[in-house]
Design a protein around this ligand. Structure first.
Ligand code: C2E
Ligand code: MG
Ligand code: MG
Length: 738
């Protein structure tokens, strides 16, 4: 049974989708996180650049302010023009260095000649100005033109502040330069326009200055980068007024986004791992639930298509396989053979050894069949003890016959059931598909007919379906339907009565009811024949009841000591049989002692509790039981002893040979002796000659029946016999028509 944990494609699809979605979500979250971090870093960098730019502007403004503290001053004008070196050093240059940190100071006279110079806190020769002159000249000229131009309005309404500033490179070092004219701070000193001395203050943008700027904004690692040094993203250029880059300020970029990612990273990873494990757990649960579902679905499917006792395919699966096999075979020259197999005497095993043994027999039979056929063929259990085998790729009847022989041989080997060893045989019906378009139902029907023939021909054999079997079946069907019609309409069927005589050949002891059916087309059908059809088609119960009622009704109106009625074994198997007989006796008013029931030997052989109980009940009510056709069956002495019998009826086949064959004479004598020994009555049927009669009488036979003494008669004829008409009814007419 394939109930394995294979998963449905749906489960795989769901799992894949969930995993893909989870991966997608992860990528989105991580990607978005990084993007946001980068954006944050970028925004932060822009801010940092603005900080530095502003810082630099502030620094330039500071230099200007510091310069202004000495450039607008009466004393500066006086002392500069006086060429007072000492005063200038104390107030305009060295002081600027020591107090504000201005690195270089130059004082130029009205003609632009240097008159005073200071570098790094030390007075130097004024002509050293020449070294910086080229770099400073544009700013100097800018200031000169400012001074010469029309006076601009300052913010406070007075003359605008005169100052020119710029970034310059001095000896490869970027610097802030601020140039302002020395002007009087009061009206006490006057100075003619164009005669102003200029004060030049230079502050190098060195690491100390940069650190001061950076410190204000809490930025770290700021330093000067020369033009030749590579710059990262965290740098701003130092550009002079003409757009020339003089160097860079670089710093350690602050990355808040990255920092956040780094700090949150481990927690994030743990969260992702947790989510992943929850997801994995849920998916596992889903897959497990789905595989459990799949398993139970497989099981249900298996149960729907297999027999629980043997595990073989059941009828549904069998029919499906047969249909497929026929479909495939229709494209092929090979044929499909169907073997319909039935265990002989299975019921006997079941009844005598019990149902568990019967089940075991079925199971072992299934296993043997399965082992005997090829893997490509199919064995199925169709119910009870019936199996079907589908053989594919069959090239002729011989193939199917070979397999049947092998199967039968296998089943003839002893079976070991629980405590008993049992021998059984099997009957097989074979049908072969006839070319393309073969129909499964038709094949099954044919195999069934062939099986029936095999059983009829003595069991333990196989029979191949032949065309005329079909005809036979059709005829049986026709007879069946007509018999049913006759039975329900009460037309066509009637009873004849054959008297049974005492040994004198004149005294009528009783009569046997024999059914007659005159068919419109077929004429008078032999009783044995249509009785067999009625038995086969399940009509015997109804028919038997009709006969019994009819015979009892008739007997009541005659002086006959008793009436014998034939009973089919199938009727006896019906648990309600004894009750039915009692009801009919009550209904017709016939005394039970006037009724005899004729049964056949094989009934006793069945060893069936129902039948045994029925026989006991019938005898107890006063009815006699007669063993018909005695000598043809299998009855053993023990059976006869066990089932109390009132009368034996020696079969016609022995009586017929009495005067011709010494053996038969001996057998009949033995049968009569047996009856006498068992202390039961004995009748001989089929007495046709005086010799037979004389021999039987000589042997001690009590009763005689046969054409010699009387044919079966219709009611009128019977009542015409002396002493049989009921008192007060001289002619039987009235009764016969009743
Ligand atoms: P059976 O019970 O053994 O009946 C005796 C058969 O032998 C009858 O045939 C009868 O007509 C025939 N017979 C009687 N005397 C002679 C004779 O001297 N020579 C020859 N050759 N035959 C003789 P029938 O009526 O055709 O019945 C055949 C069998 O059908 C019966 O055998 C009985 O088993 C069965 N049968 C008949 N009527 C009924 C019935 O109502 N119910 C049942 N269940 N079976 C019946
Ligand atoms: Mg009989
Ligand atoms: Mg008989």
């Amino acid at each position: 049974m394939n109930s394995g944990a294979q998963r449905s494609p749906l489960t795989n699809q769901v799992t894949l989708t969930v995993l893909a979605l989870a991966a997608f979500a992860l990528v989105i979250v991580v990607g978005f996180g990084f993007y946001a971090a980068m954006q944050a870093d970028h925004a932060s960098l822009e801010r940092q650049k603005i900080f530095f730019a502003n810082g630099l502007q502030d620094q330039i403004a500071a230099v200007e302010r510091e310069q202004e503290s000495i450039s607008v001053w009466d004393d500066s004008v006086i002392n500069a023009k006086a060429g007072n070196e000492t005063w200038m050093a104390e107030n305009l240059s060295v002081w600027m260095y020591s107090y504000y940190g201005h690195n270089r100071v130059y004082v130029l006279d009205a003609a632009g000649r240097p008159i005073h110079a200071m570098r790094e806190g030390k007075l130097v020769a004024a002509n050293l100005y020449a070294e910086d002159e080229a770099a400073l000249r544009p700013t100097v000229e800018k200031l000169r033109s400012l001074i010469a131009g029309p006076p601009a309005e300052g913010a406070a309404g007075g003359a605008a502040k005169m100052v020119a500033e710029d970034l310059v490179s001095l000896g490869g070092m970027p610097a802030i330069v601020s140039i302002a004219p020395l002007v009087p701070s009061t009206d006490r000193v006057t100075q003619a326009p164009g005669t102003e001395y200029l004060h030049i203050s230079v502050e190098f943008i060195n690491d100390a200055v940069i650190a001061r700027i950076a410190g204000k904004y809490l930025l770290e690692g700021a330093h000067l980068l020369s033009l030749s040094q590579p710059t990262g993203s965290a740098a701003i250029p130092l550009v002079d007024s003409r757009g020339v880059i003089l160097g860079y300020i670089g710093w350690d970029q602050e990355r808040p986004g990255l920092t956040l990612v780094r700090k949150a990273g481990p927690a994030l990873i743990i969260a992702v791992l947790l989510a992943a494990s929850v997801l994995a757990f849920l998916l596992r649960r889903l897959r497990r639930a789905s595989s459990a579902l799949q398993t139970s679905r497989n099981e249900a499917q298996y149960l729907a298509f297999h027999d629980t006792l043997t595990g073989l395919p059941n009828r549904a699966l069998f029919e499906d396989r047969l249909r497929r096999a026929l479909l495939i075979a229709s494209h092929d020259t090979a044929k499909v053979a169907l073997l319909y197999l039935d265990i002989d005497r299975f019921k006997h095993v079941n009844d005598t050894l019990g149902h568990p043994a019967g089940d075991e027999l079925v199971r072992q039979t299934a296993a043997r069949l399965q082992r005997t056929i090829r893997d490509v063929d199919t064995v199925a259990r169709l119910g009870g003890d019936e199996f079907a085998v589908i053989l594919i790729d069959v090239h002729g009847v011989r193939d199917a016959e070979d397999v049947s022989e092998r199967l039968q041989q296998r089943l003839r080997e002893p079976f070991k059931l629980i405590d008993d060893q049992v021998f059984v045989s099997a009957s097989i019906g074979i049908a072969l598909s006839a070319g393309p378009g073969a129909d499964a139902d038709d094949l099954l029907r044919k195999a069934d007919i062939a099986l029936y023939e095999a059983k009829r021909n003595g069991r333990g054999r196989y029979e191949v379906f032949a065309g005329d079997m079909d005809d036979l079946l059709l005829r049986k069907r026709k007879v069946e339907s007509e018999l049913r019609k006759a039975l329900t309409g009460g037309t066509g069927i009637k009873l004849n009565y054959q008297p049974v005589f005492a040994v004198d050949g004149r005294t009528i002891l009783g009569a046997e009811a024999l059914i007659r059916w005159s068919h419109e087309v077929h004429g008078a059908l032999p009783a044995a024949q249509f009785i067999a059809i009625a038995e086969e088609r399940g009509m015997i119960g109804e028919l038997g009841k009709w006969v019994l009622r009819e015979a009892c009704r008739f007997a009541v109106r005659t002086e006959l000591p008793w009436m014998a009625v034939n009973v089919s074994p199938l009727q006896l198997r019906d648990a309600g049989f004894a009750g039915m007989v009692a009801a009919i006796l009550a209904e017709t008013g016939l005394a039970p002692v006037r009724l005899q029931l004729e049964i056949t030997e094989n009934v006793l052989l069945e060893n069936n509790d129902t039948i045994a109980a029925a026989l006991v009940a019938l005898r107890q009510s006063g009815i006699s039981i007669v063993l018909d056709d005695f000598g043809t069956g299998y009855s053993s002495l023990s059976y006869l002893r066990r089932h109390a019998i009132d009368k034996l009826k020696i079969d016609r086949s022995f009586v017929r040979l009495l005067d011709k064959d010494g053996n038969s004479t001996a057998i009949v004598r033995a049968l009569v002796d047996l009856a006498i020994a068992l202390e039961v009555e004995v009748t001989a049927e089929g007495v046709e000659t005086e010799e037979q009669k004389a021999l039987l009488v000589g042997m001690g036979c009590h009763q005689l029946q046969g054409y010699l003494l009387s044919q079966p008669l219709d009611p009128i004829q019977l009542l015409g016999l002396p002493g049989l008409a009921p008192p007060g009814e001289e002619d039987g007419q009235a009764i016969a028509s009743a």
